[in-house]
Design a protein around this ligand. Structure first.
Ligand SMILES: *Cc1c(COP(=O)(O)O)cnc(C)c1O
Length: 227
């Protein structure tokens, strides 16, 4: 039997020691629990252990859990999958964050569908850092123009960047990939001082991500077990 409570404690310890290693305050680093494919009962166990921020990759699955757990109104739901255009209304209406913005049309659809009666949708631009054909995300050279467009959309709030480097066991390589995204983030922040979120790091690479400056780690397997 896996204990979600225990796993969360272990992850918080890893965040703490990585932060200590590089002299950062652990309060700067938010833990997002990635609950895709996992049942609402497991998410509830995490909620009861103090976790409040969850990430889902699939719209219908996410909506089901949001409604099943609606009682916990301080839980924050992030959509971290890629947004198909026919799903953008549902994402805009039901989530408070959307991570994987990699095209102007995606941003436009979300902006058009975000209802007026709720706060603007927080968004991250996804960078394709390893330049893999198969992975989504924009090249760094396209970042300034996409950021400019998004910054002018009234129903979106640009919060920062995210990236998923190609899986790799070499710590120094992972670190260098994360540092590239971090540099782009700090450069962008000079133009948009309000951006505050650099989402880097998953179960296997949260340490180099935090050393590079991550402010939001997305952890699935290490909390909920294998998918
Ligand atoms: C599934 C997923 C994660 C979690 O990955 P783990 O290796 O299970 O921690 C993080 N980010 C995104 C975008 C994901 O799709």
């Amino acid at each position: 039997m896996i204990s979600i409570k225990y796993n969360l404690q272990q992850i918080r310890k890893r965040i703490l020691s990585a932060a200590e290693e590089c002299g950062r305050s652990p309060e700067e680093i938010t833990l997002l629990a990635v609950s895709k494919t996992k049942a609402s009962s497991m998410i509830l166990e995490a909620i009861l252990s103090g976790q409040r921020i969850f990430g889902e990759n699939y719209v219908q699955e996410g909506l089901k859990k949001i409604s099943e757990l609606a009682l916990y109104s301080d839980v924050q739901w992030h959509f971290i999958g890629s947004v198909q255009s026919n799903k953008s209304r549902l994402v805009a209406e039901n989530f408070s964050w959307c991570h994987a913005i990699d095209r102007l049309s995606v941003a436009q659809n979300l902006n058009n569908h975000r209802p007026d009666y709720i706060a603007p949708l927080n968004v991250l631009i996804q960078i394709n850092i390893s330049n893999e054909q198969s992975k989504s995300g924009i090249n760094l050279s396209d970042l300034p123009i996409l950021a400019k467009h998004i910054s002018r959309m009234s129903r979106l709030q640009l919060r920062g960047l995210t990236a998923i480097p190609a899986p790799c066991k070499d710590y120094r390589y992972q670190l260098s990939m994360f540092q590239k995204v971090a540099l782009a983030f700090y450069t962008l922040k000079q133009i948009y001082p309000n951006i505050d979120t650099l989402s880097l790091g998953m179960s296997n690479d949260l340490e180099p991500a935090i050393i590079a400056g991550s402010t939001l780690v997305r952890i699935g397997t290490a909390i909920f077990g294998k998918r």
